[in-house]
Design a binder for this molecule. Structure first.
Ligand code: M7G
Length: 332
């Protein structure tokens, strides 16, 4: 399993692999303070007062659980997930764990292992205050494919997302260096073709196997893939070449080991590109949602209005409102 030894130090001097809930919560307090909407405390027991309302989703395979509840009187979502086992911790795990025999049969035996406390971490993500839309995003429910023509986008989807979409405050905080500035891996500050490359908050940066970065463009007027035109080719090519170079330099990963893609529909309507390790089956990397950046570039080279006119398929959830709008418009 790859580890982070290769990663060296970032431009901002940050050590790779040091993300902790304590630091995150401290940062969150600072960030929220700047925006005047925060309330989480910076102490280690920030989740102690969390009152669970319901489990939105859990997965034995992915080893995660999404919980909806209340924190300090506000709606909140907490995501807990077991992190991958790092190769560089294996000997400490084997030596330091307390084993309890569960069963033995011939040459086979299974144990419950209690690792040393410092190796027994979970990744915890807190969204607070969470909106109803956050709760729906994380809930497991029926998914249906929609086929959206260019006309559907303009008449149904666009009005819906203008009224409904998630706040982009976290994106602007990154672009304005009000949050996560110490996590930036690379930046091209050009207002037309520039972008910020940083770890996605789904990645704990402790191992490269599940590497997940996002490139967020500086331009603020491109909502999604749908808005891309031939004139944006320079921007997209810039993300591809400089983003891939930065990943090679920082993590020693070649472009042909990366999956570089856009989501349609995204959750956040400010153009961004996902970069994940090719070997990692990242959530949202399936064919109905992920569009390879290299394909997007070729499509725009062949037809500058490709994404204005094409019918695009995407998965919609039973209760997320857009499906309902398509029904109302007689498009289902
Ligand atoms: P998307 O395609 O809009 O939607 O991707 P998705 O969340 O359904 O995939 C947005 C990406 O931004 C996702 O990969 C998120 O994990 C990531 N992301 C979301 N937030 C709120 C943050 C954040 O505050 N910081 C960072 N670094 N990444 C985030």
């Amino acid at each position: 399993m790859a580890d982070m030894e290769k990663c060296g130090r970032g431009e901002a001097g940050e050590d790779c692999g040091t993300e902790e809930i304590v630091r995150e919560s401290k940062k969150q307090k600072k960030d929220n303070g700047e925006e005047g909407n925060g309330h989480v405390s910076s102490d280690v027991s920030v989740l102690a007062g969390f009152e669970t309302k319901s489990v939105l989703r859990d997965s034995a395979r992915e080893k995660n659980i999404f919980i909806h509840g209340m924190l300090a009187g506000q709606e909140a979502v907490v995501i807990l997930e077991k992190t991958p086992i790092r190769e560089d911790t294996v000997s400490a795990l084997l030596e330091g764990s307390r084993l309890t025999l569960e069963m033995r049969n011939d040459i086979y035996s299974t144990y419950r292992a209690q690792p040393p406390v410092q190796l027994n971490e979970l990744k915890a993500t807190l969204v607070c205050p969470a909106t109803e839309k956050h709760v729906k995003k994380y809930q497991r429910r029926g998914t249906f494919l929609l086929w959206e023509t260019g006309e559907d986008y303009r008449t149904v989807t666009l009005p819906f997302l203008l009224s409904q979409s998630f706040s982009l405050q976290w994106v602007y905080n990154i672009l304005d260096k009000k949050a996560e500035a110490d996590r930036i891996v690379f930046e091209d500050p050009d207002p037309q073709v520039g972008f910020v490359l940083l770890p996605d908050f789904k990645w704990d940066q402790k191992q490269l196997d599940d590497l997940y970065l996002i490139a967020i463009v500086h331009k603020r007027d491109i909502k999604s893939l749908r808005d891309l035109r031939g004139e944006h080719l320079r921007l997209l090519e810039n993300i591809r070449s400089k983003g891939e170079d930065a990943v090679r330099q920082r993590y020693d990963i070649a472009p042909n080991r990366l999956r570089v893609f856009l989501h349609y529909q995204p959750s956040y309507y400010h153009l961004h590109v996902h970069l994940t390790a090719l070997s990692y089956e990242a959530p949202g990397s399936t064919v109905e949602r992920a569009h390879l950046l290299s394909d997007v570039i070729q499509n725009l080279q062949a037809d500058p209005d490709y994404y204005r006119d094409r019918t695009l398929a995407f998965p919609a959830h039973a209760d997320d409102g857009l499906l309902e709008k398509f029904k109302e418009a007689g498009r289902l």
